[in-house]
Design a protein around this ligand. Structure first.
Ligand SMILES: Cc1ncc(COP(=O)(O)O)c(C=O)c1O
Length: 436
């Protein structure tokens, strides 16, 4: 290894004295890949710089928000301008209306939206709203899907079939969550139609909602079987449960109309975050007015926030959506994503490494196993040691990857400026090193 990280190491040592584990979000600790976490200094376009001055091609892109790369001038300009009019107003403003109009144009079946600050908050509100609307308590979720650290949804499933056998007694994923809450969750398996139908036969009339990531992104990228999504839509409709798409990751990323547009399945409620705030704290819950109007102040389901619809975040969100309209990034990202998928698969095959690349639009994951992945069990059955080698070798080669085999890489339009050979040659050297 030729890269050195003395300043990152010193900063992390200092951070550990005041920040829990030296981080403000667990994945940043690099524990999964077994090494010292790097400390970031700045990002610009496709690049990220660490504290030691090493420059990386960043494929983390802050876990999704930067569709055009870091620090896009238009987003920076909008944020600076908004900030001069105060970072927080405490009253509604015209910019929030413009942001809502721009957002709802992209979600054809959604009529109303509520702005919040984090994806977790949007998912927690979606669950409370579905419960308040249906007057039912049970929630259907899918193993391996992450909806933020919402108490009701922090449920480990084990295998789907095992879960069905004891569906009313799932185990909380974290200490501090009352089991009485997670007992209200039923956990099924993504892309498993047979299990889905059985679960609805047993519990369908009790479900307030079914919530899922329409493209699984939090075990690495696992595409949906479109038939599975359509069947879930049908079953939720038949049994009177609210269908919630958690599009915090996929929203405005996998296409202009998000995953619901890409796969042609319309949910009742959509959770959004990341891109809609251009990298500032901004999330949203959007959906049919009939359901959304159950939120306070119109309805009995309470939800509020000092920072909700924050003017600086809203300005970044508007700038992002205007950029999307003027740049139309999706076709270019699809073409580049397909090329990158091909390079990774080809170079791995040349080196006889068991690699499967899964991708939906500009979300991409490299799994160390040969076969197609359909669910979290498949993701857990990949080779973690090979991934760790891949991660550290890519870092050495100047590519920043998420420090976990269970996170997606995100492509941005700024990646397209780098030239094909930067990627293909870098990948070739990395796989050759792993092979030996
Ligand atoms: C699909 C999904 N839902 C919800 C969340 C939670 O969002 P946040 O981290 O903003 O609370 C995430 C975060 O990565 C996510 O990927």
């Amino acid at each position: 290894m030729t890269k050195h990280y003395p300043l990152s190491m010193a900063l992390h040592a200092r951070a550990q004295k005041t920040l829990v584990g030296g981080v403000n979000s667990p994945v940043r600790s690099f524990r999964r890949v077994g090494g010292q976490p790097l400390m970031a200094v700045r990002g610009e376009g496709p690049y990220l710089w660490d504290a030691d001055g090493n420059r990386y091609i960043d494929t983390v892109m802050s876990y999704g928000p930067h569709l055009f790369g870091h620090a896009h001038p238009k987003v920076c300009e909008a944020v600076t301008k908004a900030m001069r009019n105060s970072s927080c107003l405490g009253m509604s403003s015209e910019a929030e209306i413009e942001w809502a109009e721009l957002l709802l144009k992209r979600l054809p079946k959604a009529e109303k939206v509520r702005a919040m600050s984090t994806g977790t908050e949007a998912c927690a509100t979606a669950i409370r709203l579905a419960r308040g609307y249906t007057k039912r308590d049970k929630i259907l979720k899918f193993s391996g899907h992450y909806h933020g650290h919402v108490d009701s949804l922090m449920v480990a499933a084990g295998s789907g079939l095992a879960t069905l056998a004891d569906a009313s007694r799932p185990v909380p994923d974290s200490a501090g969550i009352p089991k009485a809450l997670t007992d209200l969750a039923v956990v099924s398996e993504f892309n498993n139609l047979t299990l889905l139908e059985e679960v609805f036969q047993r519990h369908g009339n009790e479900f307030a909602a079914a919530i899922l990531e329409p493209v699984m992104g939090n075990m690495g990228v696992i595409p949906p079987d479109p038939v599975f999504l359509r069947e879930l839509r049908e079953l939720t409709r038949t049994y009177g449960a609210v269908l919630i798409f958690d599009e915090v990751m996929t929203g405005l990323r996998v296409g202009r109309n998000s995953a619901q547009g890409l796969f042609g399945v319309e949910p009742d409620l959509t959770c959004l975050g990341k891109i809609i705030g251009g990298g500032l704290p901004l999330s949203a819950l959007a959906g049919r007015a009939e359901i959304m109007d159950h939120l306070a102040p119109l309805g009995p389901v309470y939800q509020a926030g000092t920072l909700s619809g924050n003017p600086v975040s809203i300005a970044a969100g508007i700038a992002m959506m205007k950029l999307i309209d003027s740049e139309n990034p999706y076709e270019r990202l699809e073409t580049f994503g397909a090329k990158l998928q091909g390079w990774i698969s080809d170079e791995a095959a040349r080196c006889r490494l068991p690699v499967r690349v899964e991708r939906v639009a500009s979300m991409i994951s490299v799994f160390f196993r040969q076969d197609k992945l359909r669910n979290d069990r498949d993701a857990l059955a990949t080779d973690g040691n090979l991934f760790n080698q891949y991660f550290w070798n890519m870092l050495e080669e100047g590519f920043m990857l998420p420090p976990s085999p269970y996170e997606a890489c995100f492509l941005a339009t700024s990646h397209l400026e780098l030239g094909d050979d930067v990627w293909a040659a870098g990948l070739r050297r990395v796989f050759e090193r792993i092979r030996t």
